[in-house]
Design a protein around this ligand. Structure first.
Ligand SMILES: C[S@@+](CC[C@H](N)C(=O)[O-])C[C@H]1O[C@@H](n2cnc3c(N)ncnc32)[C@H](O)[C@@H]1O
Length: 301
């Protein structure tokens, strides 16, 4: 019946299709988000999104990859929303300040919520270097923020961009709505980002088949929002960032640490597999990170 072993085409009766439709219609998509997020954390050895970014090497590499991206990063907001000065921005999971820094030049005030000390350190360096006076930082996870104790005022724009390490999406979005006086925006991956396939290849070379579970994607976000009665504007966009290594050896060091692959046999495996994934350009070894993404945004009703 399943067409896998016997080559027989799957046969679904109208009744079976209707049963599946009924099942999908009664799904609580926030439970799908919670379950997929929990499985993804479990298959990463208990390390969640914040854990991943609480690492000096990852934080400084992220900052380096974004150098020069300044104006492009806020163009999507300027094109989509009526953000006329003075306006205020709450940037949740602000990271190294990809949005917070350029927004600080357009907005009267930006609040950056960021739990990773390593990401926050780079954001603070930028604040100092550019003599920015209108960014405040709160070192907390979004789930631990209390309104109004932590955020006594509302913001014209509340955004969470590639920072949706939220165990419960519905709860996180409800709090974003509570913190906003006008716009709410989420940005996340649509489809499979290029690095998932690359990491799978490395992991299966090292350990055989990988059972790594990825985080939920934009399809789940759309359904959670829809079930909350939110029908967002959606904009699709792509990005490419380049992770540059000075040598193949440097790349092998990075992946040895990332995959806890520290034996000499594993080192040889990395040296064999990495040239199949990285691109050599003028003496550097480059891993491109490419992704299709969705920006969900709406005005508070
Ligand atoms: C890929 S970076 C994105 C940074 C920035 N928003 C951007 O668009 O470039 C992800 C950031 O989200 C933060 N993050 C993940 N889960 C979070 C949570 N539950 N609450 C607050 N921040 C979170 C991480 O600490 C990390 O700094």
């Amino acid at each position: 019946m399943d067409g896998l072993d016997g080559g027989v085409e799957p046969q679904f009766s109208t009744h079976m299709i209707w049963e599946k439709i009924r099942m999908i219609s009664s799904l609580d998509w926030n439970e799908v988000w919670k379950e997929r997020m929990a499985r993804s954390i479990e298959s990463s050895g208990g390390r969640d999104c914040v854990g991943h970014w609480s690492n000096e090497g990852e934080a400084s590499n992220y900052g380096r990859m974004l150098e020069g991206d300044d104006l492009q990063s806020v163009a999507l907001f300027r094109d989509s929303m009526a953000l006329s000065s003075p306006f205020t921005v709450l940037d949740i999971g602000a990271g190294t300040g990809r949005l917070a820094v350029p927004f600080s030049r357009m907005a009267s005030r930006v609040t950056a919520v960021e739990p990773s000390a390593q990401m926050l350190e780079i954001l603070n360096e930028q604040v100092k270097r550019h003599k920015i006076e209108n960014i405040d930082c709160i070192k907390k996870r979004w789930e631990d923020i209390e309104i109004p104790a932590d955020l006594p005022e509302k913001y014209d724009l509340v955004v969470a961009s590639f920072s949706l390490g939220f165990p419960d999406l519905r709860e996180a979005v409800s709090k974003m709505i509570a913190a906003s006086s006008r716009y709410i925006c989420l940005m996340w991956f649509a489809g499979e980002p290029s690095w998932n396939a690359d990491y799978r290849k490395i992991s299966s070379a090292l350990f055989g088949d990988s059972d790594h579970q990825t985080m939920p994607n934009s399809d789940v976000i759309f359904n959670v929002l829809y079930q909350m009665g939110i029908y967002p504007n959606i904009r699709v966009f792509n990005f490419e960032m380049l992770h540059r290594f000075g040598s193949l050896d440097e790349a092998a060091d990075y992946f040895a640490e990332k995959f806890s692959a520290l034996s000499s046999t594993q080192r040889s495996v990395l040296e064999e597999v990495l040239p199949q994934i990285l691109e050599e350009r003028s003496g550097q070894w480059i891993l491109p990170y490419r992704a299709s993404n969705m920006m969900f945004w709406w005005e508070k009703g």
